[in-house]
Design a protein around this ligand. Structure first.
Ligand code: SAM
Length: 222
């Protein structure tokens, strides 16, 4: 077997991206416009977008809730699966760029709600909103709180996807990983869901030292 090196992993990732996703002018335009407006380059990758879009398709998602819009890149992947996206963003500049990008991409009906997620999520629950899939991609320290609201906002059989769950545990260090209040401890005690933690690797983040290893938490609401 070949030795695993950054360049070999990079080839695997770029080949899969070319073969399975291909070039997409609209998505590239979204990233370029976000960069022009000075948004940080922290959107999901194209393969990750495809993965989330497939997941939305698998749960026949008509309504997707996203926590953390940035420039609306991941929101477009959900729209491609045929879902209507509601996305929460705390930064008004990010919200404005996302709306511009979504309009340019011809995404109809996407809703970008400006506000702190922990204010907006209870409001959506009080309005009786229900989603097929919730994608959590905002501040890592609050993942467990977002998850708790996500369960209340997701239909039975729907899915919750918490991005960067592995990195957030790694950042917490050994004591943080095993503490009772951690994301996996709280989700593990939660009888409303079944969940798994899925570690991933991406050489796109090889330069960020440990960040090339990450992973997500996926749960299904019972
Ligand atoms: C990693 S980016 C989201 C990337 C986006 N999902 C994508 O892949 O295109 C995280 C976003 O969450 C937003 N955010 C951070 N804290 C938040 C909060 N408390 N409530 C709502 N949004 C928040 C940030 O402003 C940032 O735009």
């Amino acid at each position: 077997m070949s030795t695993v090196t950054p360049s070999l992993l990079s080839l695997v990732e770029s080949t899969a991206e070319t073969r399975l996703v291909g070039d997409d002018a609209q998505l590239a335009a979204t990233l370029a416009n976000s960069a022009r407006h000075g948004l940080p380059p922290i959107s999901i990758t194209p393969l990750h977008g495809q993965h989330l879009s497939l997941l939305a398709q698998l749960v026949s998602a008509r309504a997707v809730l996203e926590v953390g819009t940035l420039g609306g890149y991941s929101a477009q992947w959900f729209a491609r699966a045929g879902a209507r996206v509601t996305s929460i963003e705390v930064d008004a500049r990010h919200r404005d760029v996302a709306l511009e990008n979504l309009r340019a991409a011809g995404v109809d009906g996407a809703e970008v709600v400006l506000g702190d997620a922990l204010d907006v999520l209870p409001r959506l629950a009080a309005e009786g909103r229900v989603f097929d899939l919730v994608f959590v991609d905002a501040d890592w320290g609050l993942q467990a709180d977002y998850f708790d609201w996500a369960v209340r906002l997701t239909r039975r059989g729907g899915a919750i996807y918490v991005d960067n769950a592995v990195q957030s545990m790694v950042e917490d260090g050994e004591d943080g990983v095993t503490r009772e209040g951690s994301l996996v401890a709280r989700v593990g005690r939660d009888e409303r869901v079944r969940a798994a933690l899925v570690p991933t690797v991406s050489v796109r983040k090889w330069d960020c030292e440990s960040e090339f290893v990450d992973g997500f938490l996926l749960a299904v609401v019972l």
